[in-house]
Every structure is written in C-alpha cells, then in structure tokens.
Design a protein around this ligand. Sequence first.
Ligand code: HEC
Length: 143
Amino acid sequence: MRLALSILLLVAVAACAKGSNSSAGAAASAAAEKNPASASDGGGVYSANCSSCHQANGQGVPGAFPPLDGNPTVTGNPVAVITIVKNGLEGRVVVSSQAYSGIMPRWKGLLSDEQLASVITYIRSAWKNHAPGVSVADVQSVK
Ligand code: HEC
C-alpha cells in the first residue's frame, strides 16, 4: 500500500516536472523570437567560422577579404546583412575604397538559425560597430 502510494507520488511529481519544463521551454523560445540573439554566443561562432577570412579584429585582408569593422553594409539594413551571410556573396564589392571580388560562402544549412542570428548580432556590435542585433525570427524571415 505504501509502495503503491509512493509510486503514484513519483509519477505525479514526474508529470509535474515535465509540464513545467515544457512551458518554460515555450516561454524561452517565444522570448528568443522577439529578442536579438546573444552577441557573446556569436563571438564563438565568429572565431570558428569567419575569423579565418575576416580576421579576429574584423579588419579582413585588404584586397582579399573585406573588413566587417566599420563597414556600413554590416551595420546597415539587417535584411541585407542576413541575406549576405545566409546566401553568400559573389561579385565586386567596394569597402573603404578598396575593391573585392572574391567569393563568400553561403552559411545557410551550415550554421543553424540560432548561430546565424548570434553571429550577425556579434558582427553588428563588435569592434567599432554599434548596430542593434537580429533575432532568430529575423533570420528565418529572410529566404
Ligand atoms: C573563405 C573566406 C570567408 C569566410 C570564412 C567568411 N567570409 Fe564573409 N566574405 C568573404 C569575401 C571574399 C567577401 C566579399 C565577397 C565579394 O567580393 O563579393 C565576404 C563578404 C562578407 C560580407 C559583406 C561585406 C560587404 O561589405 O558587402 C559579410 C557581412 C560577411 N562576409 C560576413 C561573414 C560572416 C558573418 C562569416 C562567418 C559566418 C563570414 N563572412 C565568413 C570571405 C569569407
């Protein structure tokens, strides 16, 4: 009898814990959709995937990889930056009167939407840049 009761209690506690976890999860993901991603997570994504070309200090390599620091494309219209990072870029771009005609790989499919949001938030606010971050929902709304 006591055993049955404690099993019942265990089941009830487990069900409760499960319920509260999933509602906390739903609240967290709703918040994540509205709020810009964390730039601190983006720093790690940047070092692992972007700094080999654009350099840790965001200065790039003149003539080969454009700087992201102080680059008005990076701090400008968030849709344009998201489009470039998601789909890549090929063709001539001019940054600080230096021309580039390299190939920027597409990151869609290689990085998750969360990683894209946090790395874009990072490049928009790192170094001398002070643009607002982008959210996961912003990233998802750009094809
Ligand atoms: C293999 C080298 C390479 C890597 C890795 C790379 N990029 Fe690029 N990126 C480039 C090149 C080259 C261009 C310029 C493309 C062109 O000339 O059309 C560019 C352009 C850009 C631009 C547009 C700059 C402008 O002024 O138009 C942004 C933004 C950007 N990269 C962000 C990133 C981010 C974020 C990452 C990491 C997720 C990344 N890049 C990784 C090579 C790279």
